[in-house]
Design a protein around this ligand. Structure first.
Ligand SMILES: CC(C)(COP(=O)(O)OP(=O)(O)OC[C@H]1O[C@@H](n2cnc3c(N)ncnc32)[C@H](O)[C@@H]1OP(=O)(O)O)[C@@H](O)C(=O)NCCC(=O)NCCS
Length: 222
């Protein structure tokens, strides 16, 4: 039996993920129905999809026939929502947009979303709840840990590891065989050529530490 897909958050990223899912639906008819979960939106129908709060979702969705995907681009929010849904015992969808290529030897964890026009290379491992945005390339044998957000146009060289909850902003390049720690942020167009310690914000070419990531928030000030 086909499952229902619940896209958790109906903001800009949720709407983009919904478009990827519509194209998957047109091509493969993968889900029974697609819905949004959103705890702040007032509309009951948005963008052509019914909207439930998380509490409503828990009442109507049976665990066997439902799968959830987290649709926020803030790693800390991804972490909180994923852990809540996971500890409530729901399944997660793993979604690859129709124009992206994931090589057969790559491994994608539950809740991973790969947006359009990406390439995930051989033996790369994307752990649970990773989001890879448009036009990004993840090199061979990379390990991308839980809740990482790979921004649009990011290129990660082979055998590199990106730590949990890290955010790589638009256009970041990461050299091969580098370790970027957990809770880091790379500012737009950073070129990371050395390992980065946990909890650092880096920027520039080559990327240098500009400050500590104390607030764990990428978008708070934008
Ligand atoms: C990294 C980031 C979170 C830093 O934001 P912030 O904490 O508000 O920091 P500020 O903008 O105050 O910048 C701090 C310093 O770093 C510099 N800086 C910021 N971004 C930079 C960049 N991309 N390259 C070089 N320097 C940069 C600023 O000029 C500033 O330097 P100064 O103190 O000498 O003036 C933000 O620049 C960023 O990249 N956000 C993500 C954007 C993104 O990817 N959006 C994608 C949407 S899909």
């Amino acid at each position: 039996m086909k499952k229902n897909l619940y896209i958790y958050c109906s903001g800009g990223l949720g709407q983009e993920i919904a478009e990827y899912c519509k194209r998957i639906q047109e091509k493969y008819n993968r889900w029974n129905k697609i819905y949004y979960i959103d705890d702040v939106r007032q509309e009951k129908v948005f963008d052509g999809f019914e909207v439930f709060t998380y509490e409503e979702f828990k009442k109507i969705a049976d665990k066997e026939n439902s799968e959830v995907v987290i649709a926020t681009g803030e790693p800390d929010a991804r972490r909180l929502l994923f852990d809540k849904v996971d500890s409530d015992g729901y399944n997660f969808a793993t979604i690859v947009a129709v124009t992206s290529i994931v090589e057969p030897s790559a491994k994608l964890g539950k809740g991973v979303v790969v947006a359009e026009f990406c390439h995930i290379s051989t033996n790369a491992v994307l752990n649970e709840n990773v989001f890879v945005n448009l036009h990004a390339c993840v090199g061979h044998n990379c390990i991308i840990k839980k809740n990482v957000v790979v921004g649009p146009g990011v290129i990660i060289g082979g055998e590199t590891t990106i730590g949990e909850n890290t955010y790589l902003a638009i256009g970041t390049s990461v050299k091969n065989a580098i370790n970027v720690g957990s809770w880091c942020i790379a500012a737009m167009n950073s070129a990371i050529i050395h390992d980065v310690d946990c909890g650092k914000i880096v920027a520039g070419i080559p990327a240098k530490v500009i400050k500590d990531n104390i607030e764990h928030g990428v978008f708070k000030k934008n």
